[in-house]
Design a protein around this ligand. Sequence first.
Ligand code: 13P
Length: 255
Amino acid sequence: MSSRRRRKVIAGNWKMNMTPGAAKELITDIYSKVKGKKGCDVVVCVPYVDIPTVAQVVKGTIIKVGAQNVHFADKGAYTGEISASMLKECGVQYVIIGHSERRQYFGETDETVNLRTKAALDAGLTAIVCVGELLSERESGITAEVVSRQTKLALQNVPAEQMANVIIAYEPVWAIGTGKTATNEEADEVCGIIRSVVSQKYGKQVGKQLIVQYGGSMNAKNAAGLLAMENIDGGLIGGASLKAEDFNVIVEAAQ
Ligand code: 13P
C-alpha cells in the first residue's frame, strides 16, 4: 500500500427508517457521541425527507450528509425522482448508488448505476457505488467475476480526474441485514479485487487512493477486525447505524 494512508470513511445507511422528528433525535445523539473524533470521515445517508433536518443539526461539524439515491437527469418530467442539484442545494455531499436493495426491488441495472454515478460526479457529489454478489454467485465461485463486472460497468466513461470522488462499497448481498458477515479475509480479498480493477483501468496511483468500504452486517463487535484489513477503508452500515452507541463504537474503531 502507499505510504500515504487512505482515510477511512464510516457511512451510515439509514435506509427507509426515521421520520424527520426521529431523525433529529438520532442525529443529535450521534453527534454528541462522535464529536471530536477526527480520525475518519463520518457520513449519514438518510431518507430524502430527513435531509434538511439532519443537515441543519450537523452543519459545521465533522458529520457529512448523504442521500440514498439520485436520478441521472438534472430536471424534467420524472415524477418522484430527485436530482443531484437538488441534493447539493440541501447540503448533501455523498450519495449511495446501486445499493443491492435498489437493484433487487427497483429495477436498478448496471447501466442506470453508471448513469447515476456520472450525474452525481458531474454535480460534485461523492458517489458511494455499491457492488456485491448474491449467495448463489458466491457458491458458484463467480464472486470476483460479478464484482469486477459491476465495478467496471459502474465506472464506464468516468474520467480519472473524478475518481477522487468515487467510493466503492463492497456489500455481499447475502450479508446484508442477515447478521452474517463475510470473514475479515473474505471481505478483504474482494475489496482488493475491486482495487485492482480500478488500478487496471486508471493506473496504480488511482487504485491505491481508492476508498473501498465493506458493508453487510458490520456492527460494534466486528468492525475493528474488518477495518484493520489492508484493503478495507471504511464501512457502509445499515442496522447498526440506527443505534447511536453502536455507530459510535464503529467510528471509534476507525480512528
Ligand atoms: P446491514 O448493516 O443492516 O447489514 O446493512 C448493510 C447495508 O446494506 C448498508 O448499505
